[in-house]
Design a protein around this ligand. Structure first.
Ligand code: FCB
Length: 444
């Protein structure tokens, strides 16, 4: 077995580079009875939404096993743990606080702290309370204000013991997959819906940042965005133009407003009724200064013209794909980071998610996941190369700590570095977890 390693002289082998593992609430917690319903509960209950017909009621039963999970995180030797708070576990429908739910996170943060593990909180990783969806969800700008209120409650309770707060995880997925393509909760469709949801999410981010600045000025506050590096299917001017549009629509739509208070040019290609309603002052709120931006990277996206002035995405074919059907392209990761750094005045960057799903199985207590080890090796090198080219990257989080509910694909896709047997909830360190641990122990 080859293991995970980086050259000794790499800046990523210095102790001040933060390594972690990441999860999110709905994907691991279970314990549905002790929180209010969220849009994913509703979505999972609808036919033909989740590939294997599963849901998040039980998941990894992390609410039950959290102490053992914290021990496991500590045993890996990571510096940090990125988790998300379930909005509907800390707040009730009538606006009151769910004290037991909030206490769960207070205890979790304390336990991580006691083990010297930095806590990276994400406030919103897609589990919007259903009662807010019933009022329009992210199509209703009141949801952005509700988010600011929820942010106030959580940040006052967890305070500056939390090293870093991110307002949102991947607003692209919430807006595009949830309100435009309809493949994530709440399953709405249409460009107009997608764009309005994206705008209201970004507004929620800006309003949330203002609350965080007031409540936790010493914590590092920002947002987590996902990117798939855009490549053109051919050298034809049509495909190149389509690629630019795809890149703007899926990637820059979320970062340009944050850093430059404007939407990319592709907005002008939308029909007037598809454009978001932008009120006076919104772009100022959205472009509130960030202490960091988290970048999630998994793969690249290849675009071509749809022959109609818009873009299509090419579905990857062939061997060498992950279990998600995603291409493994570490060079595209370096290119993404270097290009963003050239294009924008970036704050410090954390790689808040990176990893791959493969069809793992446990054999006599061992999970030989060499393809995942190879993926981590090549992608850690990709980050290292971006740092050598001047990108200010401060940390790296493996997605994910353990196998979990992979949204519309249910439990069929395993992203963990720890294997979860869903019948027994037994956790087994995969060889990639052992390799990660070994690399972390070799740091200077
Ligand atoms: C990201 C999500 C995360 C996980 C990975 C595979 O888009 O943030 O929850 O599902 O993809």
């Amino acid at each position: 077995m080859s293991t995970i390693s980086l050259p000794k002289q790499s800046a990523m082998m210095r102790r001040d580079f933060i390594y972690g593992v990441a999860t999110s609430s709905f994907q691991i917690e279970g314990a549905r009875d002790s929180r209010i319903d969220c849009i994913w509960d509703t979505f999972c209950a609808q036919p033909n939404t989740i590939e294997d017909g599963t849901h998040g009621d039980i998941a990894c039963e992390h609410v039950k096993y959290w102490r053992q999970d914290v021990d496991m995180i500590a045993d890996l030797g990571v510096d940090a743990y990125r988790l998300s708070v379930a909005w509907g576990r800390v707040m009730n429908e009538d606006g009151s606080v769910n004290k037991a739910g909030l206490q769960f996170y207070i205890d979790l943060v304390d336990a991580l702290h006691a083990k010297n593990i930095k806590v990276f909180i994400t406030l919103y990783h897609w589990d919007l309370p259903q009662y807010l969806e019933d009022k329009g969800g992210w199509l209703n700008r009141d949801t952005a204000h509700a988010f600011a209120h929820y942010t106030d409650i959580v940040s006052k309770a967890l305070g500056e013991d939390v090293y870093s707060y991110a307002t949102l995880n991947e607003p692209f997925c919430s807006a595009f997959l949830g309100y435009e393509a309809g493949i994530h909760a709440p399953g709405k469709t249409g460009k107009g819906n997608g764009r309005q949801a994206a705008h209201n999410l970004l507004l929620a981010h800006g309003l949330g940042m203002r609350v965080l600045r007031r409540n936790v000025p010493k914590s590092m506050c920002g947002i987590v965005l996902n990117f798939s590096t855009a490549y053109s299917a051919s050298e034809s001017p049509e495909d190149i133009a389509a690629t630019r549009m795809g890149d703007e629509y899926h990637n820059h739509w979320y970062i340009q407003p944050l850093l430059e208070a404007s939407y990319p040019d592709v907005i002008n290609h939308l029909e007037p009724h598809e454009r978001p309603v932008i009120e006076d002052g919104d772009m100022d709120i959205i472009s509130e200064k960030n202490d960091f931006i988290g970048i999630n990277y998994y793969t690249r996206a290849v675009f071509k013209s749809d022959g109609n002035g818009w873009f299509d995405q090419v579905v990857p074919q062939g061997d060498g794909l992950t279990a998600m059907g995603w291409e493994i392209v570490p060079d595209a990761f370096t290119k993404l980071l270097v290009d963003l750094n050239a294009r924008y005045e970036l704050p410090p960057i954390y790689i808040t998610e990176n990893g791959a799903a493969f069809d793992d199985s446990e054999v006599n207590g061992e999970v030989p996941d060499q393809p995942r080890i190879d993926y981590f090796n090549s992608h850690l090198r990709a980050v290292d190369s971006a740092m050598e080219q001047g990108v200010d990257i401060r940390g790296y989080f493996a997605w994910s700590l353990m196998d979990n509910f992979e949204w519309a694909l249910g439990y069929s896709k395993r992203f963990g570095i720890v294997y979860v047997d869903y019948d027994t909830q037994k956790r087994t360190l995969k060889n990639s977890a052992l390799g990660y641990k070994a690399m972390l122990n070799h740091r200077l």
